[in-house]
Design a protein around this ligand. Structure first.
Ligand code: FAD
Ligand code: NAD
Length: 478
């Protein structure tokens, strides 16, 4: 029987990062991954690299360039004609990036001495792991520590069963071969907005059917309102309070029935339908009945703040445990667990995990929303700054959106930052760093920002918290 200090099950961003960090810290590590390519080869990287973050961002970038070239260049005095998109070429570029990054994990494993094993892992009792390779050969690995990192899957709803032809999930939506004339999207969440934007930019008429009456319900309300305005101006048809209750395939069309706010049933006809109504933890076949690992009431593996499960020496990280389903959250958990196994005292500040929707403009946030701060009863101040007042945004003809910073009224400590606007992902990260160091809005306001940069909008919003913005009129403080 092979034995290791650490066996990781799953090589998504949570698992592969945990494996590399543990090996860097001198531990003997194996990482088991069951994902296979269409031609049967084992492949690392999980959802993020294969069918998530990376391929979706590749398509977002390609479609943004196409749309920009067609629609946004004239204002700069640049004329174009006969701009065309080759979808097969665009998909091939995406696949090449995926291949490069997934292959890179194998190289990193080799460089760090991680044993990468392709096949399926199952946790048995006493920290033993059953490993079934892709030829069906079964062996048992003895592990001093096990890190479960088996990720998540798209949720499917009986009202819209995925057939991978006319009705697809997020994975199928990354493989559509030609631009659908009319595209339906169930769920105006992160995936719906990102992938709806991709196909909208390429020429589809996109209708998003969202069950909730609030748009981006968990976001800061002012930013969600502003975001909806921008996306609607871009042509996305966002219908709120629209709960999909059934679909029918008729010929080459999907007929979608949804209940609208007033209780009446409406039918829309689409050439393609994307179902993106959330994701669920993937635990099928991962735990033997006597593994001893307990699930919580939502069916995810129960863990504490340190990602320890109910079994000593067994940890769980990433999408399969509580918290936001984000690649960077899982990676940080992987690092934390590896460090703790190696005897260090690492921890994660779950209060400062940035969240981004990679549309254009991007929507990004970190920390508390104004609604959450208000509900806490603490007094607070808010500073906002519009991109329309930024010299750099004007120069780039990219002026939609705003920055909002919320700070505690007494300590002035920054509690949250919410942005819709160009490069929002990178801008919010600046505030995340400031928050990690306990910055006040005044500290950020006293920091020197380069000119002309988009990050000056963050500077001005921080100044506005205390009524000191220079490039806009400040609200009078009582
Ligand atoms: P996964 O990436 O799902 O990896 C789990 C791995 O475990 C898989 O490879 C699976 O095959 C393997 N596995 C499962 N069971 C076993 C077993 N028994 N034995 C061996 N291996 C097993 N997040 C962001 O932060 N930013 C983004 O821009 C972003 N974009 C996204 C876009 C889309 C379209 C989707 C679907 C998701 C996106 N996400 C994004 C979410 C992100 O992909 C996930 O949060 C992240 O992949 C979770 O990492 P993980 O390692 O926990 O799980
Ligand atoms: P989501 O939770 O963001 O959105 C799903 C939406 O579907 C919700 O608003 C929900 O109200 C709606 N819905 C559910 N049932 C419905 C029905 N019957 N009819 C109409 N609407 C319905 O989930 P998602 O967009 O599928 O994304 C899943 C997860 O993947 C995200 O929560 C996120 O963690 C991760 N992700 C992250 C990124 C990123 O970081 N940029 C990108 C993509 C995915």
């Amino acid at each position: 029987m092979s034995s290791y200090d650490v066996v990781v099950i799953g090589s998504g961003p949570a698992g592969y990062v945990a494996a590399i960090r543990a090996a860097q810290l001198g531990l003997s590590v194996a990482c088991i991954e069951k994902w296979r390519t269409a031609d049967g080869r084992g492949i690392n990287g999980g959802t993020c690299l294969n069918v998530g973050c990376i391929p979706s961002k590749a398509l977002l970038d390609s479609s943004h360039r196409y749309h920009d070239t067609r629609e946004e260049l004239a204002v700069h005095g640049i004329s174009t004609s006969a701009v065309k998109i080759d979808i097969a070429e665009m998909m091939a570029r995406k696949d090449k990036i995926v291949g490069q990054l997934t292959g890179g994990i194998g190289q990193l494993f080799k460089a760090n001495g991680v044993s990468g094993l392709f096949g399926t892992g199952k946790l048995l009792a006493n920290r033993q792991v059953e490993y079934t390779d892709h030829d069906g050969k079964i062996s048992v690995l003895d592990a001093a520590h096990v890190i479960l990192a088996t990720g998540s899957l798209p949720i499917d709803i009986p009202a819209a069963p995925v057939d991978d032809k006319l009705i697809v999930d997020s994975t199928g939506a990354l493989e559509i071969a030609s631009v659908p004339k009319r595209l339906g999207v169930i769920g105006a969440g992160v995936i719906g907005l990102e992938l709806g934007s991709v196909w909208g930019r390429l020429g589809s008429d996109v209708v998003l059917l969202e069950a909730l009456e609030d748009f981006l319900a968990i976001m800061d309300k002012a930013i969600a309102r502003e975001t909806k305005k921008i996306f609607t101006k871009q042509g996305l048809d966002i219908r709120l309070g629209a709960r999909v209750v059934g679909t029918q395939i008729k010929g080459k069309k999907v007929h979608v029935t949804y209940q609208s706010k007033d209780g009446t049933e409406q039918v829309e006809i689409f050439d393609k339908l994307i179902v993106c109504v959330g994701r669920k933890p993937f635990i099928d076949g991962v735990l033997a009945p006597d593994s001893g690992v307990q699930l919580d009431e939502r069916g995810t593996v129960a863990v504490n703040q340190q990602c320890e499960t109910s079994v000593p020496g067994v940890y769980a990280v990433g999408d399969m445990v509580r918290g936001p389903m984000l690649a960077h959250k899982g990676s940080e958990e992987g690092v934390m667990v590896a460090e703790r196994i190696a005897g260090h005292s690492a921890q994660i500040n779950y209060d400062i995990v940035p969240n981004v929707i990679y549309t254009h403009p991007e929507v990004a946030s970190v920390g508390l929303t104004e609604e959450q701060v208000k509900a806490s009863g603490d007094a607070y101040n808010v500073g906002t700054f519009p991109f329309a007042a930024s010299g750099r945004a004007l120069a780039a003809n990219d002026t939609d959106g705003m920055v909002k910073i919320i700070a505690h009224a007494d300590s002035d400590r920054i509690l949250g930052c919410h942005i819709v606007g160009p490069s929002a992902a990178d801008l919010v990260q600046q505030v995340a760093i400031a928050m990690e160091f306990g910055s006040s809005a005044e500290d950020l306001g006293m920091t020197v920002f380069g000119h002309p940069t988009l990050s000056e909008t963050v500077h001005e919003a921080a100044l506005a918290v205390n009524g000191n913005a220079i490039h806009k009129a400040n609200r009078k403080r009582k």
